[in-house]
Design a protein around this ligand. Structure first.
Ligand SMILES: Nc1ncnc2c1ncn2[C@@H]1O[C@H](COP(=O)(O)OP(=O)(O)OP(=O)(O)O)[C@@H](O)[C@H]1O
Ligand SMILES: O=C(O)[C@H](O)[C@@H](O)[C@H](O)[C@H](O)CO
Length: 244
């Protein structure tokens, strides 16, 4: 299976309404601090929070808990689900008759009186292809797992693919050396991810290059970058994107 995007949002034959807003995706390998930073960001911005781990199919959870790394095939459906979940959250914000996740509203846009719709999510998003799926690359057709899916021509400069031209996807990549994350995951209690998974995630990792993926902000989270500093830096990334 690969990420044939399910038609998002509704199953009717109606054209989906164009949405607008921002999807902030906090990324990086296991233990880099995605949940810590994204939960804070969502609270601070008063927008819904999507914990990517909660959208894995049972089979993926079982594999990870057994220390078996996920393959591309294991991840395609999960990534499409996350993309759709992000859009659904924006749709709920733009349609007050739909139930919301919480009483959280949207980010006040300093440029106008209208609040901007937004959602924060976590996802390891280790490879560029994975990030493209989250950006809205619906037309991915790998001939096998080893191939790179082709993506439709949309600009990574502002991540607004043709199907949802007003939805802006932004990534915050939390960067730390492998040995630091091995230590963090090793000392974490009660979590299904094992240390060996950190190694396999670094083996898969394709770090974003600024010139190729300008919609990715990189924050260092290794030694000397404590969570308080990283939280402030993440809020600053969002605020400056909204005012630029
Ligand atoms: N900047 C940081 N410096 C030191 N420790 C941190 C930092 N950020 C998070 N941590 C700690 O590292 C551990 C992993 O954090 P967290 O669960 O947020 O990572 P994660 O990326 O969501 O992990 P996973 O992908 O496995 O769900 C936690 O114990 C957290 O308190
Ligand atoms: O891409 C992957 O291999 C996995 O999905 C993970 O990244 C987990 O979801 C997460 O990190 C759990 O701790």
């Amino acid at each position: 299976m690969y990420p044939v995007a399910d038609p998002p949002l509704n199953s009717s034959t109606e054209q989906p309404q164009p949405l607008s807003g921002h999807i902030w995706i906090v990324t990086g390998p296991a233990g880099c601090g995605k949940s810590t930073i994204a939960e804070y960001l969502a609270d601070e911005l008063r927008v819904p929070y999507i914990e990517g781990d909660e959208f894995h199919p049972e089979a993926n959870i079982k594999k990870m808990a057994a220390g078996i790394p996920l393959t591309d095939s294991d991840r395609w459906g999960w990534l499409s689900t996350l993309r759709n979940e992000g859009l659904s959250q924006l749709q709920r914000q733009s349609n007050p008759t739909l139930p919301r996740q919480s009483s959280r509203s949207a980010i006040p846009d300093p440029r106008s009186r209208e609040p901007e719709h937004a959602v924060v999510m976590t996802c390891s998003a280790l490879k560029r292809t994975y990030r493209d799926i989250l950006r809205g690359a619906l037309d991915v057709r790998p001939s096998d797992d080893a191939s790179r899916p082709s993506v439709p021509p949309f600009s990574r400069t502002n991540s607004n693919p043709p199907d949802q031209p007003n939805v802006h996807v932004h990534f915050i990549y939390l960067r730390a050396p492998e040995d630091v994350l091995l230590a963090r995951v090793g000392s974490r209690k009660g979590h299904y991810m094992k240390k060996s998974m950190v190694r396999s995630q670094f083996a898969s990792l394709e770090e974003p290059k600024a010139e190729e993926e300008p919609d990715v902000a990189v924050l260092d989270v290794g030694e000397g970058h404590d969570p308080t500093d990283v939280k402030s830096a993440a809020v600053e990334v969002v605020r400056s994107a909204l005012t630029s």
